[in-house]
Design a protein around this ligand. Sequence first.
Ligand SMILES: [Mg+2]
Length: 242
Amino acid sequence: MIRRGVRPRHRVLVVTDADNTLWDTDRVYARAQVGLLTRVAGALGIKPSSKDSLRLVREADQAIAASHPQHLRYPPALLVEALAGFMGPRPRRLDSGEVKAIVARFIRDLQATPRLRKGATAGLRWLSGHDCTVIVATEGDRRRCARLLRHHGLARFVDSCVSGTKSPAFFRTLRRLHECRALPCVAVGDQIDRDVEFAARAGYTTVHLPGRFRPRWVRGRPLRADYVIESFDEIAAVVRRL
Ligand SMILES: [Mg+2]
């Protein structure tokens, strides 16, 4: 509880997404996906066209994600099998050992350290120095996220790092946990559906930082963010206006 007359130390809660918001995960995925396609083609004895590799693998990836209950976190073996079925001269299919090896290499490639996006360090440093509680919220692995925060020297600007499936309830819970000392609440992220729409429904001021990764299921969807920024450090101007 905060005693009457005592100003809370933190006056704003800022929940920021990590992948493609603080760092460029898309580039890591692009390399890993092209590598996966090249290995599928190699196993089938086909020479892939390097020009269309990324487009082809992304179309398959998003077609699977759009219909799979785990969405973008579907098992990668499905992508290998889909590409093999699409590219291969039928009835040739990859055997389970080949699929397993390609998936293992793909998972290893995804562990590459992504580069920071522009303004990430300056923006988090500013928030940390201006009465903000900063939570990094990821739908990925929390330990990986915490490791990347440390690797990039950002951990000292962040109050906590949490993982979970994003939803209005997810954002409401974060808000409730910090209710005494952190109102209003701001959410920033690259995904219109996961970061902006869910947070808006939970009563947050929303900030969209567009990234290169735009899933096809949100294309053409109206953007209802309160603010759109081009660099993470522009979050300072948003918080100043609250
Ligand atoms: Mg993201």
